[in-house]
Design a binder for this molecule. Structure first.
Ligand code: PEP
Length: 250
């Protein structure tokens, strides 16, 4: 079966109660692009309120702890996200890997926690600029995949997001050939490890996706959707990306 396009908004540390109306507008407008799965991952403080405001829509966390509960001041566990209506969680975002020192082992444990709580997982990988420039990008990302993707899961509930770190929030994007080569390499590694099940896993591209470049990026081989930061904060910027994904699915 063909993989449905998947467009996910990562609001990062942006959004107050007033942003709930924006999310409602995004999902309302996305309804006319029914071939696309859409999710929004707001800050923890908004997950419950947003899930309640858009029943049946996919709302997610941007991170979770690997434990289900315990003495981890300030952390949020995957069952807590599920409890307030989240159905998705992002793990291993480069901003967490870099700023919070998360290792592949940590990311894998978080992914396992998310899956165990019944959430769908978006697991992020991506290379820094120096590694891209030295020619080691594919090796770096495949090592992250080997180290952070769990061994057993429903392939439809775990998506990979390839996000070159140097493209996040910078306006820079890799060439289409580089995107296709990376996504093909990721698909190849997943197939070597999981066999035919890898065909059901979605591989998203992330890094400065916007309404102008979405059609091209999402049309590249093995690109099944997008993880979007800055351009996901408003309906005016996010819906054109969803529309571009919908046009490709047709
Ligand atoms: C991200 O935060 O995952 C991201 C891709 O950000 P941006 O779209 O702003 O580059």
């Amino acid at each position: 079966m063909a993989r449905r396009k998947y467009v996910v908004g990562n609001w990062k540390m942006n959004g107050l109660s007033a942003s709930i109306a924006e999310a409602q507008a995004i999902f309302a407008e996305a309804q006319s692009h029914a071939s696309v799965d859409v999710a929004i991952c707001p800050p923890f403080t908004l997950v419950g309120a947003l899930a309640a405001a858009v029943p049946g829509k996919a709302i997610g966390g941007q991170d979770c702890h690997s434990a289900a509960s315990g003495a981890f001041t300030g952390s949020v566990a995957a069952p807590m996200l599920a409890d307030v209506g989240a159905t998705v969680v992002i793990v291993g975002h480069s901003e967490r890997r870099e700023a919070f020192g998360e290792s592949d082992d940590d990311v894998r444990a978080k992914a396992e926690a998310g899956l165990a709580a019944g959430l769908s997982v978006i697991l992020c990988v991506g290379e820094p600029r120096a590694i891209r420039e030295s020619g080691g990008a594919i090796g770096h990302v495949l090592a992250q995949i080997a180290g952070s993707v769990p061994d057993a899961f429903d392939p439809q509930r775990l998506a990979i997001a390839y996000e070159p770190i140097w493209a996040i929030g910078t306006g820079l994007v890799p060439t289409l050939a580089d995107v296709a080569a990376m996504h093909g390499a990721i698909r190849g590694a997943l197939t070597a490890r999981f066999g035919g099940a890898a065909q059901d896993m979605r591989i998203l591209y992330g890094g400065s996706v916007n309404g102008d470049n979405a059609a091209e990026l999402l049309g590249a081989d093995d690109v099944d959707g997008a993880l979007v930061g800055g351009a996901s904060l408003t309906a005016a910027k996010f819906v054109p990306i969803i529309a571009a994904a919908d046009a490709l699915a047709g």
